[in-house]
Design a protein around this ligand. Structure first.
Ligand code: NAD
Ligand code: ZN
Ligand code: ZN
Length: 405
């Protein structure tokens, strides 16, 4: 089959690799009908995620048709159309029983990403996300092995197109969890840093939950324009306004917002000093976005962090957070927890995540897709890829093909 493989920084290739097979009782093999490129894939693409091997298959946002099931699979059947969460979770460990699926302690044989970890177990394995997270092959491919299929894949009812539900795999639950973690509710004021797909899904979710005012900070005018038109955000372009947090405070009666959402993470555009420190690997992360988020939040408010961080952060003003009495919440998304509810919202017409798609490409053009998304060319917001072959249209009948046939 064809799959997108990692080789080195900015060197990803569409290659022919062996078809996946059932390895464990609870595995399924999925024929991928739609997949996407995530901002998290860009961290790998830019060489910022350790423990990648040449030939690793990328991709953690995908859906498709169940092609084959292992003998222990009870929750999905051959021929069903499913969306697969990016977090691989067992469904019955201590953390899964608390609906903390990203913390599943049985699916990641890798070391995980905690630096000062003592002997704590690693969190959940992730598809296509380095050997730190288990080294699982990803879904930017024609076929993918999905382990733990009793605790992940969500069956999609007929009548919905792939694009309407594909983002249930990651960015929609991620944006939603960010808003819920930020305790966004009717009347809330929210500041979202980052107008990428995660920031946009956070804006859609904040609106759904009743937010009254949403500020959105980025420097790509086309992304801010889309967010203003689609979700009614108040855009702030940090190329034009040097200190967005100061602006947000002025516009909220000198208090700040109830909740800030950092949908940027550790590659935030920041000071030259921080860029140098992270390049020299003296610091793991740029602190620009999280510092702005802390500054923009009112006393007693919440800073919600879906953006990915790693290791040390430069200039993390914990004293300011203490003085303001801020609450912090973040982490990888507990995807499985939110998927059923979000599917209901899509069915009810209350969420249209597909609105953010700017590029539909065949899988054959995925390398170009990475370039377009990474370099923000052609006003790119989100790239969705369709492996060639049988139609991925709503309710399409699955073809009885063996993987790779
Ligand atoms: N927690 C999770 O489970 C989870 C899931 C998916 C994605 N993520 C993470 O969310 C983050 C965003 O993902 P995405 O797909 O939207 O990526 P993206 O790269 O498309 O978007 C990031 C946006 O942030 C903007 N930005 C950069 N520096 C900024 C700054 N200082 N202030 C404000 N905006 C700034 C960029 O211009 C860009 O538009 C990434 O770190 C990604 O890894 C986390
Ligand atoms: Zn992702
Ligand atoms: Zn578990």
């Amino acid at each position: 089959m064809k799959a997108l493989t990692y080789h080195a920084t900015k060197d990803v290739r569409l290659e022919t690799v062996p078809d996946p097979v059932i390895e464990q009782d609870e595995d399924i093999v999925l024929r991928v009908t739609a997949t996407a490129i995530c901002g998290s894939d860009l961290h790998i693409y830019r060489g910022k995620i350790p423990d990648m091997d040449a030939g690793d298959i990328l991709g953690h946002e995908f859906m498709g048709i169940v092609e084959e099931t292992g003998p222990g699979v009870t929750q999905v059947k051959q021929g069903e159309r499913v969306v697969v969460p990016f977090t691989i979770s067992c469904g019955n460990c201590y953390f899964c029983n608390h609906a903390l699926f990203a913390a599943c302690e049985t699916t990641n044989p890798g070391r995980g990403a905690i630096m000062n970890r003592k002997n704590v177990r690693a969190g959940a394995g992730l598809f296509g996300y380095s050997h730190l997270y288990g080294g699982y092959a990803g879904g930017q491919a024609e076929y993918v092995r999905v382990p733990r299929a009793n605790s992940g894949p969500l069956v999609i009812p007929p009548g919905l197109a792939d694009e309407q539900v594909l983002f249930l795999s990651d960015i929609l639950p991620t944006g939603y969890q960010a808003a819920v973690n930020g305790e966004v509710g009717p009347g809330s004021t929210v500041a979202i840093f980052g107008a990428g797909p995660v920031g946009l899904m956070a804006a859609a979710s904040a609106r759904l939950l009743g937010a009254e005012r949403i500020f959105m900070v980025d420097h790509h005018a086309y992304r801010l324009r889309f967010a203003a038109e689609t979700y009614g955000v108040e855009p702030i372009n940090f190329d034009e306004i040097e200190d967005p947090a100061a602006q947000i405070i002025e516009r909220t009666d000198f208090r700040g917002v109830d909740c800030s959402i950092d949908a940027v993470g550790f590659e935030a555009k920041g000071s030259t000093l921080e860029t140098a420190l992270t390049t020299l690997k003296l610091e793991g992360s740029s602190g620009k976005a999280i510092r702005q988020a802390i500054a923009a939040t009112r006393r007693g408010g919440t800073v919600s962090v879906p953006g990915v961080y790693a290791g040390f952060i430069h200039g993390f003003l914990f004293g300011d957070a203490f003085e303001k009495g801020l609450v912090f919440k973040g982490g990888q998304t507990h995807t499985q927890r939110h998927m059923p509810r979000l599917l209901e919202h899509i069915l009810a017409g209350e969420l249209q995540p597909e609105a953010i798609i700017s590029h539909h490409l065949p899988l054959d053009q995925i390398v170009r897709g990475y370039e377009i998304f990474a370099q923000k060319q052609e006003d790119c917001r989100k790239v969705v890829l369709t492996p060639s072959g049988p139609s991925a249209a709503a309710g399409a009948d699955p073809l009885p093909l063996a993987p790779g046939a």
